[in-house]
Structures are given as structure tokens and as C-alpha cells.
Design a binder for this molecule. Structure first.
Ligand code: SAM
Length: 238
């Protein structure tokens, strides 16, 4: 059994995963390593263990899903944090969303290889999904890692969170300042910061910031704006 570092880091956070869950995560890293870690700058398995798996599992520190929750991972890329969270929270239905079709095909292949239950994939832009009635305000939780600045992410993610659900913000050291600058945007879109924390990844692999943002109000129907607009003209609201 590998992934000793994952086990040790989780223990330091007062969390555990079963042997079977750790084995699945180990297999995920093995598969991605065989493929040369596509769509990322990760060079070797140890780096992936820390920057992909441990970083994704850190979401467990800030939110515990209710049984049979639904989670949307916006801009999932190679499946982080969405795939890892499906392993960690096996009764949570995870939807992996990406704007690039090839990434969605890859995610489908990996989910099949790992025999993950309750994982589905959607090839679309978050802005478009957020305007579709079957997805809008429907998820218990939304995640997005390394996709955009916090103000832009708020417009991509919050419209998709159900009232009472959460958006889990995953950032690096710029997190607190980005969140501070996006407070007006958050309030307008119906979000409220409930908890946050900074932590160090093991082996000095960087500082990370997590925030749990509760959906306390409906998002006004004019948001999200049409695809591409949130990135081109990020909202600036007092
Ligand atoms: N979340 C993964 C991670 O942390 O390893 C991937 C991060 S990658 C830098 C950003 C991903 O977001 C890309 O796969 C890109 O196609 C996707 N993306 C960017 N904007 C998007 C949007 N508006 N809707 C859906 N996916 C988007």
C-alpha cells in the first residue's frame, strides 16, 4: 500500500479513509502517471500525491456532505478535486464539468477504469449550465480548482449551488485577498462566507486557502452572464 503520506496527512487533520479508498486513490495516481499526467505540470507521482490528492482531500476539512449529496466540479480537468472527492465521499453524486471535450472523454475513461459509482460528466461551459433550469441552483456543493479568480468563479459557481448549499473555494496564498475583493460580488450572487482556513501542503509544496461559502439567497436571474463575459469583464460590485 502506497500513499502513506496521504494517510499521515489525513491523520494530522483528524480524518481517515478506508484501505479500499486509499487503494483507489493510489490507482488514480498510477493511471495518470502512466499517461504522463495529462493536462497538468505535475512531473511525478509524489508531486501528484501532494498537489492533486492531498490538496483535493483538504475539502474534507471544511465541509461534510449529507448522505447522497450532489457535487459539481467546475473545470475538472483531470478530475481534481471531483474524482478524489467521489472516492472520499462514496455516497456523493459527483458531476465533472469541463468546457473541453477531450478532457471530458479522458475523465470518462478514468472514472470507468476506477469503477467509480455515481460519477457523471458534462461537456459544457459553467456559464451555460448555470442558465439551464435543470442544473441551475441544483447542487448541494460546487467546487472549482485553478479555473479563475474568485470574483469570476463566484459568477460561474454560485448560480449552480442550491439554496442552503455550499461553494467550496480552493485557492493559493492569494485566497484571502481575492475573497475580500469579491465580497460585493458574493453578496449580490447570494453567497456568504461561513468558514475559511489556510494550511500548508506537506513537503513545503505550497500554501493553500479554503473557504466555505453558503448560498443564502437566490442568484438574480441575470447571472451568470453569457459565456466568456465573466472572464472578460469580471463583476466589480461594492
Ligand atoms: N480543476 C483541475 C485542477 O485543478 O487540476 C483543472 C484545472 S485547469 C487549469 C482549468 C480547467 O477549467 C480546464 O480544464 C478548462 O477547460 C476548464 N474551464 C475553464 N473555464 C471553464 C468554464 N467556463 N466552464 C467549464 N470549464 C472551464
Amino acid at each position: 500500500m502506497k500513499l502513506k503520506r496521504v494517510e499521515k496527512t489525513l491523520a494530522g487533520w483528524g480524518l481517515t479513509l478506508s484501505r479500499q479508498q486509499l487503494q483507489k486513490l493510489d490507482r488514480l495516481i498510477f493511471i495518470l502517471a502512466q499517461q504522463g499526467f495529462p493536462h497538468s505540470s505535475i512531473a511525478h507521482a509524489e508531486e501528484a500525491e501532494i498537489k492533486h490528492v492531498i490538496d483535493s482531500l483538504a475539502c474534507m476539512r471544511i465541509w461534510t456532505p449529507p448522505p447522497h449529496a450532489s457535487l459539481l466540479d467546475v473545470g475538472s480537468g483531470s478530475g481534481f478535486p471531483g474524482l478524489v472527492l467521489n472516492v472520499a465521499w462514496p455516497t456523493t453524486r459527483v458531476t465533472l464539468l469541463d468546457a473541453v471535450g477531450k478532457k471530458i472523454d479522458h475523465l470518462r475513461d478514468i472514472s470507468r477504469a476506477l469503477e467509480l459509482d455515481d460519477v457523471s460528466t458534462v461537456h459544457a461551459r459553467a456559464e451555460d449550465l448555470g442558465r439551464e433550469s435543470s442544473y441551475r441552483e441544483s447542487f448541494d456543493a460546487v467546487t472549482a480548482r485553478a479555473v479563475a479568480t474568485t470574483a469570476v468563479l463566484a459568477e460561474l459557481c454560485l448560480p449552480l449551488v442550491r439554496l442552503g448549499g455550499v461553494w467550496l473555494l480552493m485557492k493559493g496564498p492569494s485566497g484571502p485577498q481575492e475573497l475580500d475583493e469579491a465580497r460585493g460580488v458574493l453578496a449580490t450572487l447570494g453567497g456568504q462566507v461561513e468558514d475559511d482556513m489556510c494550511f500548508d501542503l506537506p513537503c513545503e509544496q505550497g500554501v493553500r486557502y479554503l473557504a466555505r461559502i453558503r448560498k443564502v439567497d437566490h442568484t438574480p436571474t441575470r447571472y451568470p452572464r453569457r459565456a466568456g463575459k465573466p472572464q472578460k469583464r469580471p463583476l466589480e460590485l461594492p
